[in-house]
Write a protein that binds this ligand. Structure first.
Ligand SMILES: *[C@@H]1O[C@H](CO)[C@@H](O)[C@H](O)[C@H]1NC(C)=O
Length: 321
């Protein structure tokens, strides 16, 4: 009798609905707190460790080469040009823009010719002079002769009119004209020119253009030109055998574009400048679309040709604007 009582008591202590309910409640509390616990542990672990951990897990960069001769091309005699993105009579729905980057034209303008007065609005436009002299004249009253190393930047905003002309008698002017879409409309038209020397760029990455939100209070000769788009542009002249490392400029997913500048009207069949990004080798005039870059990541560019490689590297918001 006593035994039975004990047995019954034991059984009821294991299986009473009340005990089961308690066990379930305790399990629920543990489950609910496990996320909080995990999060508080990760906030104690140093950031660097997490970054290394996540970058090992991150997918590899996807690099898509844009061979020089696949770009849009026009030879109008006075103008010899390559278009990386749709421009003028060149249209390719696959190459309309890349993040805020909308135009990269590699232009050679013959002596005594140029782009007559025309207007722009709601675009950020800059010219990176490679060789020769380009005259810039605009409706804000600016007149300048731009030479190698100079970057002329115009934020067209509500609207400007300008011309770009080669006043030289004999020599052509070679420059890259780049456009980006601003993230604000109706900006006050703005104009600015800065020079970045070969010496500054040799075997280094020099920041030429910088998003105003990242620029902060940087001012003066060496400061990049500020622009109203989530875009950074660096330039480098990289000697054969050297490499430079770009540190991704912002958190989260980023797009990178690299453009190797040409030394001639066509890519040399052998030799010339070459750069390597991951396993991809670019020759003169080739570009590379790099996807899968992440904040905290790094991108290495190595000069693998037999001439110094002058190239531009863009770090872009992934959003198409
Ligand atoms: C620069 O332009 C001049 C005149 O057109 C030319 O003689 C020279 O070879 C060019 N230099 C380069 C590096 O293209």
């Amino acid at each position: 009798m006593t035994d039975t009582t004990i047995e019954q008591h034991q059984q009821s202590s294991y299986f009473s609905p009340r005990t089961l309910a308690t066990i379930i409640a305790v399990l629920a509390v543990i489950l609910a707190f496990s996320n909080t616990i995990r999060n508080s542990i990760s906030s104690i672990v140093p950031k660097q460790t997490l970054r290394t951990m996540s970058s090992t897990a991150a997918p590899a960069l996807q690099i898509t080469k844009r061979p020089w001769a696949t770009r849009g091309h026009a030879d109008h005699d006075w103008l010899y040009t390559f278009h990386t993105f749709s421009f003028a009579s060149y249209y390719d729905e696959k190459h309309e823009s890349f993040g805020p980057l909308r135009v990269i034209n590699e232009d050679r303008v013959k002596a005594g010719t140029g782009f007559g007065t025309h207007s722009h609005a709601e675009f950020l436009i800059w010219s990176y002079i490679v060789n020769g002299t380009l005259e810039h004249k605009d409706s804000l009253g600016n007149l300048e002769n731009l030479k190698r190393g100079e970057v002329q930047f115009t934020s067209a905003g509500t609207g400007i009119r300008h011309s770009e002309y080669n006043r030289n008698r004999d020599d052509e002017v070679h420059f890259l004209q780049i456009w980006a879409k601003p993230n604000k409309r109706g900006l006050k038209p703005h104009y600015e020119t800065k020079k970045f020397t070969d010496e500054q760029k040799t075997d280094k990455l020099v920041r030429i253009m910088e998003y105003t939100d990242r620029l902060g209070n940087q001012k003066g000769e060496d400061a990049p030109i500020g622009l109203q788009a989530d875009l950074s542009m660096d330039a480098s002249i990289l000697s054969p055998g050297k490499s430079v490392t770009h540190e991704v400029v912002a958190d989260g997913r980023r797009k990178i574009f690299v453009q190797l500048i040409m030394s001639k009207r066509a890519q040399p069949k052998e030799g010339g400048a070459r750069i390597k990004i991951g396993d991809t080798v670019l020759g003169e005039g080739d570009g590379a679309f790099v996807e899968g870059a992440q904040g905290g990541g790094k991108i290495e560019v190595e000069s693998v040709g037999d001439k110094p490689a002058e190239f531009l590297l863009f770090d872009l918001s992934p959003e198409e604007v």
